[in-house]
Every structure is written in structure tokens, then in C-alpha cells.
Ligand binder design. Structure first.
Ligand code: BDP
Length: 715
């Protein structure tokens, strides 16, 4: 197996379980249009039931109720076909009703895509051998549940680790969009309803006539799965593509130019989701370039979209200057989102939604929630997660993210002294928002594993589950995913769950703990250890480590005042060393290495210990995984085994690089005398090496003795 079907494998259940299910005879589908998600759902049910239960079952496309064992459609079509919908509670948009009680399984959506969600839910039950009699309605947390692709037109993917783009190649939309349809199927099965198909660092060539036709083909490939598409735009397109002298958002010519473009886009994609905008960030132009406000920029796009339907502008809050001056003590990138957006709260049009990364900096291994979630009242917002593991081992390490995401979603911001759980804010419940929800950066590529790693797919699956229901439990999610992906055997489920649940704490331990961020190379790759690069860079990801002390002082009295961006009750907690949780201590405070934690350990001893503990946990992963040999197919077994072995090794590199860096910096010995003391270790460069040569490594602490070996290439 190569992973292409991900959690939709529909593996045959063992015959002793399978035979317990009654014979299903016929699916009645209340739509016959081939582009309808109801049609897709009927086909999916037919295929899934055949594979899971080994039952061949017919589909009848009908407009009146006839005897059947499964009926699929919308609630409205069910009622008009003569069905009795009285039992069905009122559903929210995209909500569905599933009943397996009685003679007929009812799968009825509030709309067509919702019927497809119900079909996937039913198949997920069957595939896990769950034949229970249920009757319930399931409704989404929030209306916006999108994937953001960071695909470039040349076929590369920004932060992609799973092959080339499934959408683009050589500047144009691919001819063969089979993978795009398969991807839409995966997204629909986790109840996502939209995808932005190109990189936030956008080019303008997507808007040329050939690519507009291509966009129409992408939309057509995804529509049968209920996935609508949107696009990222490059702010300076009027100047650079349109030949205008400016891209000023208040200039009438510029407004007209975007309005014309938008008309063209709607001609090819009539159900466009809208636009995603990254502006005035990391060198991208934006309204500030033309001395206009961010609201002026966002509203220009919003007004271009307005006449055409329900399209929204996702305007990213990720606005910051990446040439920050570190010598200015008060500079703090974590303040940027609130500084830029708070005062504009009343100025955005109603179809502007602010897309906020979950933490104030950038998808680090541990962050507090972005304070912007507590500073917008009237402007709707979505939370942005990153399924792509840019700072989390880039899919070469297993890092199961739902437990990390839950720390943010479950956090109470205490707006106005009232319960204000982040998931209630982004669901719209807390502040009565209507256009809000979830977005996640997903770096699927044309590798058959989609993400380059089978285990990483739990993050995509988990993202969909939480966007639908944020109170889902991270263990339940990974157990379902494991059964669907690898099999229902208990050893499989327990092993995959254990590794997954241990993975994020382990990664945090061996890469950067106490809120210091992922101590990776910050200059571009964001992969291996490079604690030294965390200071002296313009990006504002700083540790402020010197010989005596470490951490960003973000307090009100002596620091950058970031703690004060949170509502009072939360600000008081973060502002005080005593009440700040240990895991965020160095995020909010600058302390001596000898500062005592709540555990009684010093900061530096905790650093040393945690890096050992984390790497030790990673050493157990290959052995845990070995228990699955023969229980799952060899192809996927070996693929995962190789990556876990790599992770185990790389966690030691991390451990020694970070510990070595800090012991050199502060000179405080490790109580257990481990750091720098590995008498058993044989350095590769001390061995006799055929076909390899010794090279120096930069940063030196990323390899013991600053040396590594590489193969001498044949030529
Ligand atoms: C950073 C990535 C960069 C993205 C940026 C963003 O390193 O590649 O363009 O986020 O979200 O973390 O726009």
C-alpha cells in the first residue's frame, strides 16, 4: 500500500465481524446530477460497502421515496420526495442527520455537501467495525473550514515536503487533475468546505487567461466533493500585471482593475470562496506601501467581491517587519498583530475576515494564543493552524499536533472578565460572529503519501475533526485515524496512539522547551538545531540568551508589554513569573539560568534534562513500531520505520546541539554530568571511511566536534 487512500482505505473487515452486518440491498440517492455531492456520496457508499463488507449494492437515483436500505440526499429533497423529516432536528449549514436505526439508514444533509459528510461518517463507522444503532444530528463548529495550499505556479510548494504540486507545473495548471479530485475527496471526508489553491506569497500569473481556464478546471474537479476554491492574490498586481502606475487601494483605476479581474474570476469559478491576502509581511507589498491602512486594502478586495455573491476576503494578521532591530529592547514581533489590527476593528467591511495564526509568532512548538483573538470584536476572524510541520520536524519527525492545537482552542481569554474560550471565539459563539472558523496550511504534494510521511496524515485528519468539533479528544481522534489508516487490530491502534501522543511533548523537549520556541535554524530552513541563530536575526524570533540569563521579557513593567495585550485576568497571569506556567516561562520572562521552576529545578537543569528525556522517548519509537511488523503491509511499515529511525537519531543531534550550546554559553554544569560527556560515542570522523569525506558543519554545535561526514560523489 502506498498511502494514496489515506484514511479512506475501506479495508475489508475480518469475516467474523463482517458477517454480523445485515445485507444491504439498495442505495436511493435523491439527486442524479453527476456533479452533485449527493451523487458522489452514493458512489462512495457503494464502493465503501463493497470493500468493507463485501456486499454489492445498487444505486437508484430517484425523486420519490422507494424501499431502500440506505437513503441519501438533503433534508429538503427527502421531504419533497415524501419522506418524514419530523424526527430530524434543525440543522446548521453543512450539518447532517445520520440514523442507522430501523429498516433504512438515513443520511440527510442540510445541503448536498453535508449529505456527503454523513456518508463518510457512516463509512467511517463501518470501516471501524462499529455497527451500532444510532440516530443523531452533527453540526459544524463554524462555517469556515478551509485548507490553504502554499503551491507555486512553477510546481514547487513553499514548505512542501511531500513532492511537487498537484495543482501547478511550469507556470500553468496541470492537465491531469486526478490528484486534485482525490485530494478533494480527502478534504470532504474531514468536512472541510474550501481550499485556497495557491501560495500566500502569490504571483500575478494565476490571473492570465490560460490559468483562469485552469482555475475553472480545478474548481470543477473539486466541486463534486463540495469543496469550493479561492485564490491568493499579489497586492501589486495592478502595477506589475496591469501596467498601472500604482496599486494604491484608494486609486479609482486600481479599484476598477480589481473589479474587472474579479468579474473574470467569477466567470470561470461562479462559486468562488474569495481571496486570501498576505500583505505588508516579509517583504510583500500592501496598502501600507501606499500609505493606506490595512482596512483600506482589505475593503478594496471586499468591495470587488461583493456584487458577485458570498465571497470573503481572508486578510492575514501575519503582518510584520522582518528587518526588526534587535538592539531596540522594546521591539517585539509578538506585538505586531494587535498593534496593526486592534484600532481598525470598526473599519472592515462585513465580508472581511482576519486570519490569525494560532500564536503570536509563527507555528512554534509552544506558544500562547495570539492576543488578537481577544482584541477584535466586530471583525470576524479565523484561526490558522499549520498541518505542514515547518517548525516541527518537517514530516521527518512524527509530531501529532492536535494536543498542541487543543492548548490554544481550550484557552480562556477572559474577554471582559467572561468565559471566552478560543474555540468559542472562532466558532462565532462568543462575539456573535457569522463568518469565522478555521484555516490550515496543508502541504500535500504528488507523493503517494500526500505529506511525505504516513504518520503526518493524522494532523490533516485531526485538523478536520477539530474544525468540525473542537471538543473532540486528541486520543479519540488518533485512534479513529489509526483504525482507518492501518487497521482495527488493538496492537496497531495502541501503538500508533502511544507514539502519536508522546510525539509532541518529546519534540518540545528535545527542540525547545519552557516557551523558548523551536530552537531551529531560523534563517531559512527551519529544520535542524541552531540555537545561536535565534538571536541576531531580523525576524524577531529571539531568545535573548546571554551568559547569565535567557528569555524574552514581555512584561508590562520592564519588557515589551506584550502581556498587556491580553485581557486583564490573563495579562496578570502572564505578567507575573510566579503565575506564568513553566511551559511559557521564557516566552514571557527573561530570567537567570538559575531561576527555579515550579518543579524546583533550575531553568538550565530543566533544559538539560528535558533534552535527554525527549530524545530518550524518541529512541523508543522504532522499537514500539517494530511490534507492527506483519500486522500492517510491509510497504507502509518500512516507510514509517525508516522515518522513526531517522527521528531517533536526529533527536540526539538536537539534544546535544542545544545542550552543548547552552553549557558553553552559561558555563553551568549538568548535575548528571551528561552534557558533552559521551565516552561511548565513536565519532564518524575518527573511523576509517571509504567513500566518505569529513566536512565542517555550520552551526558547529549541530554536529559533535563540529564535523560531519558526507559521501564523496562518484563524479
Ligand atoms: C513562515 C514561513 C514562510 C511563509 C510565512 C507565512 O517560513 O515560508 O511565507 O510563514 O505564513 O513561517 O506567510
Amino acid at each position: 500500500e502506498n498511502g494514496i487512500d489515506a484514511w479512506l482505505r475501506y479495508a475489508a473487515l475480518p469475516s467474523d465481524i463482517r458477517i454480523k452486518h445485515k445485507q444491504l440491498s439498495r442505495i436511493v440517492a435523491l439527486s442524479s446530477s453527476e456533479t452533485s455531492p449527493v451523487y458522489t456520496a452514493a458512489k462512495e457508499l457503494q464502493d465503501g460497502i463493497n470493500r468493507i463488507l463485501n456486499q454489492q449494492i445498487d444505486i437508484l437515483f430517484a425523486t420519490t421515496i422507494v424501499t431502500s436500505t440506505i437513503i441519501i440526499g438533503t433534508v429538503a429533497s427527502f421531504s419533497s420526495a415524501g419522506g418524514n423529516a419530523q424526527e430530524i432536528p434543525k440543522l446548521k449549514e453543512d450539518g447532517f442527520w445520520l440514523s442507522t436505526k430501523g429498516e433504512t439508514v438515513q443520511i440527510l444533509g442540510q445541503n448536498e455537501r453535508a449529505a456527503l459528510y454523513g456518508a463518510f461518517e457512516y463509512l467511517s463507522m463501518l470501516a471501524q467495525g462499529n455497527f451500532s444503532q444510532v440516530a443523531y444530528a452533527s453540526n459544524p463548529n463554524a462555517p469556515i473550514r478551509w485548507a490553504n495550499q502554499w503551491d507555486n505556479l512553477d510546481g514547487s510548494i513553499e514548505r512542501g515536503y511531500g513532492g511537487k504540486s498537484i495543482f501547478f507545473k511550469n507556470g500553468v495548471v496541470l492537465d491531469d487533475l486526478t490528484r486534485v479530485a482525490q485530494y478533494a475527496r480527502l478534504l470532504a471526508s474531514i468536512r472541510l468546505n474550501g481550499a485556497i489553491v495557491n501560495n500566500v506569497n502569490a504571483g500575478y500569473n494565476l490571473l492570465n487567461p490560460l490559468n483562469l481556464k485552469g482555475l475553472a478546471r480545478i474548481a470543477n474537479a473539486m466541486r463534486p466533493y463540495g469543496i469550493r476554491i479561492g485564490i491568493s492574490l499579489y497586492f501589486d498586481s495592478p502595477r506589475e500585471l496591469g501596467g498601472l502606475s500604482t496599486s494604491d487601494p484608494l486609486d479609482p483605476q486600481v479599484i476598477k482593475w480589481w473589479s474587472n479581474i474579479t468579474t473574470l474570476v467569477y466567470q470561470v469559478v461562479p462559486d468562488l470562496l474569495g481571496y486570501l491576502i498576505k500583505a505588508n509581511s516579509e517583504g510583500q507589498p500592501g496598502p501600507l506601501t501606499y500609505n493606506r491602512t490595512l482596512a483600506d486594502g482589505a475593503n478594496m478586495f471586499a468591495r470587488a467581491l461583493k456584487p458577485h455573491g458570498d465571497g470573503v476576503v481572508m486578510y492575514r494578521a501575519f503582518v510584520y517587519n522582518h528587518h526588526l532591530d534587535e538592539s531596540d529592547w522594546k521591539n517585539d514581533r509578538a506585538n505586531a498583530a494587535v498593534d496593526y489590527f486592534k484600532d481598525l476593528d470598526t473599519q472592515f467591511d462585513d465580508n472581511v475576515v482576519i486570519q490569525i495564526k494560532f500564536g503570536p509568532i509563527d507555528f512554534q512548538v509552544r506558544e500562547p494564543p495570539s492576543p488578537l483573538f481577544a482584541n477584535l470584536r466586530q471583525t470576524n476572524a479565523v484561526i490558522e493552524f499549520m498541518v505542514a510541520q515547518e517548525y516541527l520536524g518537517q514530516q521527518s519527525h512524527v509530531v501529532y499536533q492536535p494536543p498542541l492545537w487543543k492548548t490554544i482552542l481550550d484557552f480562556d481569554m477572559r474577554i471582559d472578565g467572561k468565559s471566552s474560550i478560543v474555540s468559542d471565539i472562532v466558532s462565532g459563539q462568543r462575539l456573535n460572529w457569522g463568518r469565522c472558523g478555521y484555516a490550515a496550511v496543508v502541504n500535500v504534494g504528488n507523493d503517494t503519501t500526500w505529506l511525505g510521511s504516513h504518520m503526518a496524515m493524522a494532523n490533516l485528519y485531526g485538523y478536520g475533526r477539530l474544525a468540525w468539533n473542537s471538543s473532540d479528544n486528541a486520543v479519540d481522534i488518533v485512534q479513529d485515524w489509526a483504525r482507518l489508516t492501518f487497521g482495527i487490530d488493538k496492537t496497531i491502534v495502541d501503538t500508533v496512539t502511544k507514539i502519536s501522543m508522546e510525539s509532541w511533548p518529546a519534540y518540545e523537549n528535545y527542540t525547545g522547551n519552557l516557551g523558548i520556541q523551536t530552537l531551529c535554524d531560523i534563517l531559512y530552513t527551519h529544520f535542524g538545531p541552531s540555537p545561536g541563530s535565534q538571536d541576531g536575526n531580523g525576524w524577531g524570533q529571539w531568545t535573548r540568551a546571554n551568559a547569565h540569563s535567557i528569555g524574552m521579557d514581555r512584561t508590562l513593567s520592564t519588557g515589551t508589554k506584550n502581556s498587556g495585550q491580553y485581557p486583564l485576568e490573563v495579562a496578570e497571569i502572564f505578567d507575573n513569573i510566579e503565575t506564568t506556567p513553566d511551559e511559557l516561562l521564557l516566552w514571557f520572562h527573561h530570567v537567570p539560568y538559575t531561576q527555579k521552576l515550579k518543579s524546583g529545578k533550575t531553568v538550565i537543569q530543566h533544559f538539560y534534562d528535558a533534552h535527554y528525556t525527549g530524545a530518550e522517548t524518541a529512541q523508543t519509537f522504532p522499537a514500539q513500531w517494530a511490534a507492527l511488523k506483519g500486522l500492517i503491509d510491509d510497504e507502509r511499515f518500512e516507510h514509517v520505520a525508516l522515518r522513526l529511525a531517522y527521528q531517533a537519531g536526529h533527536s540526539i543531534v538536537w539534544r546535544d546541539a542545544v545542550n552543548g550550546f547552552y553549557i558553553a554559553k552559561c558555563g553551568i554544569p549538568d548535575d548528571a554530568n551528561r552534557v558533552g560527556n559521551h565516552p561511548w560515542r565513536i565519532e564518524a570522523e575518527d573511523m576509517e571511511l571509504d567513500g566518505y569525506k569529513i566536512v565542517s558543519v555550520s552551526p558547529a554545535e549541530a554536529a559533535s566536534g563540529g564535523k560531519a561526514i558526507i559521501t564523496i560523489s562518484k563524479d
